[in-house]
Structures are given as structure tokens and as C-alpha cells.
Ligand binder design. Structure first.
Ligand SMILES: [Zn+2]
Length: 176
């Protein structure tokens, strides 16, 4: 198990007010953990993880990557990815993010893995779902929060931003 850089806090004090009735939240034990709760309406704030989803697209031996325009890891390269909103099918999100960031149409093939990033706080995803996807078509150009986009030979990749993508690349190049 990787060591936690920040101990998970199930009752962050910065969640000060109830989103339903605006009463000040208090910390109390809910089942086994302290949580921010509303004494007026009973609302309980659960520290749900931030979930990212991405696609791993290899076409003619080359991996599709985007260069990050924003933090974290601005300037480094990663697979097309985005955050999941509540109610979204992660496969739909993955296909849409690929289109937004690269202008390419892809189709999900299978799940590579679900990664846990214990160090993720703030804007980063603590859970990352990575799918293998197949290129359907489209003309490559960067969009959305991608500064650049391109296909790279697996033995000649730029600096990769996230451990999850590095892991997937290593596994894929080891298997094939
Ligand atoms: Zn309330």
C-alpha cells in the first residue's frame, strides 16, 4: 500500500454551511466516522471522491496523448481524460472528453484498470478509471483544456503526467 500523504478527513471544517437550509454545519459521529452534518434538516456531508475517467487509444502502434494546458501537471502529457459528474456513465464521459480534447471519435473497448491516487487533493482525481478505446475517425486537433495533441510511438513518449497513464503504458508495452 502506498503511504498516504494526507490522512483522509471525513469531516472537513471548510464545509461550513448546509447546502439545503444554510444552517451552520456541526461535526458528529455518523455510524463509524465523524462527519459534517446539519442540526436543522439532518443533511450529512459525505466526502465523496473526485473521479476522473480517461481513454487509452493506440492506433498504428502510436499512443494518443494530449498536453495539459492546466494544473495539475501543466505542460506534461497525458491520455485524454476528464472528471465524472454525478449521473454520468463513465464510458460516455470518456468518449466525450476524447472528442473535446482531440476532436477524434473513439469507441470504448474494455476497462484497463481503476486507479487510486492517495495523494490527490484539490483539483486532482483520487479515483481514475482508464478504458482502452479504439479510434473511429476524425481529424486530430487539440481543444478544450489541451494545449496540444498527437500520436506518439510507445518507445518515444514525451514526459507523462500521471502514474496511472505511466502504469498503463508500461503494462501495454510489456504485454505486446
Ligand atoms: Zn440543513
Amino acid at each position: 500500500m502506498p503511504e498516504l500523504s494526507v490522512a483522509p478527513n471525513p469531516a472537513p471544517e471548510e464545509f461550513a454551511y448546509c447546502p439545503h437550509c444554510a444552517a451552520p454545519l456541526i461535526t458528529r459521529l455518523v455510524y463509524d466516522k465523524p462527519r459534517r452534518t446539519c442540526p436543522e434538516c439532518g443533511y450529512i456531508y459525505f466526502t465523496d471522491p473526485k473521479v476522473g475517467v480517461g481513454v487509452f487509444v493506440v492506433n498504428k502502434g502510436k499512443l494518443l496523448l494530449i498536453q495539459r494546458r492546466v494544473e495539475p501537471q501543466k505542460g506534461k502529457w497525458s491520455v485524454p481524460a476528464g472528471f465524472l459528474d454525478r449521473g454520468e456513465d463513465p464510458k460516455v464521459t470518456a468518449v466525450r472528453e476524447a472528442l473535446e480534447e482531440t476532436n477524434l471519435h473513439v469507441e470504448i473497448e474494455d476497462l484497463i484498470d481503476v486507479y487510486f491516487n492517495p495523494g490527490a487533493t484539490g483539483p486532482g482525481a483520487s479515483i481514475f478509471i482508464l478504458y482502452r478505446a479504439r479510434l473511429l475517425g476524425g481529424e486530430l486537433h487539440p481543444g478544450d483544456d489541451a494545449a496540444d495533441a498527437g500520436f506518439f510511438a510507445l518507445d518515444d513518449l514525451p514526459e507523462i503526467a500521471f502514474a496511472s497513464a505511466r502504469d498503463a503504458i508500461q503494462r501495454l508495452t510489456t504485454i505486446n
